[in-house]
Design a protein around this ligand. Sequence first.
Ligand SMILES: [Fe+2]
Length: 209
Amino acid sequence: MSCNLRGEKNQVVSPAGEMFPLNELNQFICNRQLCNHCLRVANCAAFLARILGLMEDEGRTIYLAGLFHDIGKVRVGKTILSKPSSLTIQEREIMEKHPVCGALILLGLGLKGSLLSLVLHHHERFDGNGYPARLRGEEIPVGARILSVADAYDAMTSPRSYSRVLSPEEALDELKRCKGTQFDPVVVEAFIASHHYLTKRTDKRCLVR
Ligand SMILES: [Fe+2]
């Protein structure tokens, strides 16, 4: 049986039994809220990749990275994930390991290349104050810069335990406010320009019920 970052034993055991990391993949798939968030982010990010003129194979990789970008949260544990108040410093440190954990889980599943890099860097910030590697500007893979915007918009406009749901207009204002600091300005501009069409296409598609 595998353990999460706090040393707690995982409760869900897949038909794959003890076979790491299939058990963690199974836990991810069983987490409806997490999977639906990832699906929405994947659809949104793939659409952004297309309107930004990226190659089709890059768009496919970004879509797949979006699908799995938060798989590392299965090691964080529900207590932290669903905590209704601010995280302590120690809890935040655990939470901030999820991109590394995600990349390691996917590596264990036999995936490789830029897909892992996008999962690893989806919480970097344009100003260099993100994690895990504090990459800055164009040092951050473009797919990770796209995922970051799609991820933030979906997080702000979805029910969260620690914060109220923002309206689309409020979320767009927040993206604008953080343009050039947290987010790549080019990606934010593309998101804002196509927001109406983009959210219509991606909001409720392919959700796990
Ligand atoms: Fe994340």
